[in-house]
Design a protein around this ligand. Sequence first.
Ligand code: COA
Length: 156
Amino acid sequence: MADGSLRMRIDLPAPASEPAWPDDVVVRTFRPDDGAALHALLEHGYRHGGGSVAPLAAWYPALTGDREFDPALVVLVEGADGLAAASICWTSGFVKDLVVHEAWRRRGLGEALLRRAFQTFDERGAGGVELKVEAGNAAAIRLYERVGMRVVERLP
Ligand SMILES: CC(C)(COP(=O)(O)OP(=O)(O)OC[C@H]1O[C@@H](n2cnc3c(N)ncnc32)[C@H](O)[C@@H]1OP(=O)(O)O)[C@@H](O)C(=O)NCCC(=O)NCCS
């Protein structure tokens, strides 16, 4: 598996493409009482790698107290049984977390969340959107390339 991580970027405006959501989900932004469920989704999504998350008691105040936190940039996708997916972006145009519950993978939620982030940051006048991904996370890198992101830096 490749070591290190990659910084990837897309310049905005991105080629127009509306997010396409499955019919059986509700998409909304963060509310303060979402903390525990969002944290559980991150723990689940990262348990085989791809990222990491601090314990809830440290993670929640660090997230909501960050100067780049904006609840409008935390997008949650709810399925009938709870959270199906989420993305957390910082105001600088950085995708901090992108996680889809295993039961919901390969239905386009990752792609739709990214396209929604591109739209949101374009509306805010940002010049681009960036993220970091582990160099060995092939599924995520394929997704990012499919939506038009390119590697701009290799990090040790
Ligand atoms: C990476 C991740 C977010 C992708 O989420 P996802 O919702 O499965 O992504 P998508 O459904 O948009 O695309 C994934 C694959 O499903 C395919 N797909 C999308 N919609 C589909 C559909 N309706 N039917 C069949 N396949 C579909 C895509 O073509 C893609 O195929 P590929 O991997 O062969 O290229 C998810 O795997 C995940 O949460 N991983 C763990 C956490 C992680 O690594 N996050 C990234 C950190 S940088």
